[in-house]
Structures are given as structure tokens and as C-alpha cells.
Write a protein that binds this ligand. Structure first.
Ligand code: HEC
Length: 193
């Protein structure tokens, strides 16, 4: 019995334990051995409970010790935070927004309504996800979602002076830069190019 308990303790303490076929086989083997011991030696109630608890702790330790990820370390939350860090912050959102802002202008200018709506939708999406991931600029984004995107969308859908509305839309980009204290970051006016 002492040998079995020692074996269990050794397995529990090994940190890099993985749920492999051999580990599962070992668990089965231990259970069989313990069952035999219980019937053969007529152990007391406390001893039985101790043994059952040890089996449970051991099984639990196997489940928690998942195989190590190739490059992500820490617990599940820490790993998700690392992935979010790799998705980057508002700087990368703006990179995409800037690209799509120009494409939006081209689409409006060539009367390509579905393409214009597509670009506007993607501008809104990347901003929304960025604002969710890093909530620092959420208040300003919410202002933009309420005051810039819907009017731009309506102007495209209804062919209601979309170029004029695009200029106003661009001015709202600048307003947000001022609100966020990055007014020194210029917003290109594609119609001046
Ligand atoms: C939440 C308000 C907000 C809105 C709305 C916004 N921006 Fe920005 N923008 C910022 C902030 C803040 C930065 C500075 C980058 C950062 O977050 O570190 C920035 C940076 C930029 C940059 C510089 C990126 C670089 O790395 O050089 C460009 C270009 C840009 N925005 C274009 C736009 C355009 C075009 C629009 C409108 C379609 C827009 N922005 C709407 C807040 C905003």
C-alpha cells in the first residue's frame, strides 16, 4: 500500500504530466490494485476515504496539466491576453481604417454602391472590435458610431450627395483625433489628391 501511495504522490508532483494513453492505463492499473487491496485487507472507513480522495486528486492533476502550448505560456486568461496583444491596439485599427477610408472615397466616386457600403461596414467593424479589445477610446468611438457612420450609410444608400457627406464624415475623423488628443495625426482628404 505504501508503495502505491508513493507512486501516486510522485505522479501528482510531476508538473509536465500529460494525458497520454500510458497515464490513463496507469490510473486503471492503480484502481484495480486498490480495489484488490480493499477487499483483501478489509481497510477501515477513514483509510478507504483517504484512498478515494487521493485517486480524485490524482485524476484532477492529470486533467489540469494540459500539454504545453508551443509559444503561449501561462493560464488560459494569460494566453488569451497574449493573443489580444498580438492583435495590437488602436494604431493597427487606424491603419486599416485609413486604407478603407480611401477605398470608400474611390467607391463613392465611381458610383460603386455595394463596394462603398462594404468599405463603410468594414470601417465600422474594425473600429468596433478595436474599441471592445481596448476600451480606452470607447467613449469617442461611440460618438462616431452614432454621428458619423449612420448618416454616411444613408447618403450612399439613397444616393443623397454621398461625396458631400464623405467630406463631413472625414471631418468627424478629425474631431475624434482632437477628442483623443492626437490632432497632430493628419487625416488625408482624398478629394484633394
Ligand atoms: C476614437 C476616435 C477616432 C476615430 C473615430 C478615428 N480615429 Fe484615427 N486615430 C485615433 C487615435 C487615438 C489615433 C492614434 C493611434 C493610436 O491609437 O495609438 C489615430 C490615428 C490615425 C492615423 C495615423 C495612423 C498611423 O499609425 O500613422 C490615421 C491615418 C487615422 N487615424 C485615420 C483616421 C480616419 C481616416 C478616420 C475616419 C474614417 C479615423 N482615423 C477615425 C482615433 C480615432
Amino acid at each position: 500500500m505504501v508503495i502505491i501511495l508513493g507512486f501516486i504522490a510522485k505522479l501528482i508532483s510531476s508538473r509536465s504530466l500529460k494525458i497520454t494513453k500510458s497515464v490513463l492505463l496507469s490510473i486503471e492499473l492503480i484502481i484495480v490494485v486498490i480495489k484488490l487491496s480493499l477487499t483483501k485487507y478489509k481497510l477501515g472507513q477513514t483509510m478507504k476515504l483517504t484512498i478515494i480522495s487521493l485517486i480524485l486528486i490524482f485524476t484532477n492533476s492529470c486533467i489540469q496539466n494540459e500539454p504545453e502550448h508551443k509559444w503561449l505560456s501561462g493560464n488560459e486568461y494569460e494566453r488569451l491576453d497574449t493573443v489580444a496583444k498580438h492583435l495590437r491596439g488602436n494604431d493597427l485599427v487606424m491603419w486599416e481604417v485609413d486604407f478603407r477610408h480611401k477605398k470608400l472615397y474611390e467607391a463613392i466616386k465611381t458610383n460603386n454602391k455595394p463596394y462603398a457600403l462594404y468599405q463603410l461596414k468594414k470601417i465600422g467593424l474594425t473600429m468596433e472590435l478595436g474599441s471592445e479589445r481596448r476600451s480606452k477610446r470607447k467613449k469617442s468611438y461611440d460618438w462616431f458610431f452614432e454621428n458619423a457612420i449612420p448618416v454616411m450609410q444613408e447618403a450612399i444608400e439613397n444616393d443623397d450627395k454621398p461625396i458631400e457627406e464623405f467630406k463631413s464624415f472625414t471631418a468627424k475623423c478629425v474631431t475624434c483625433h482632437t477628442m483623443e488628443k492626437v490632432a497632430y495625426m493628419p487625416v488625408i482628404k482624398p478629394w484633394e489628391k
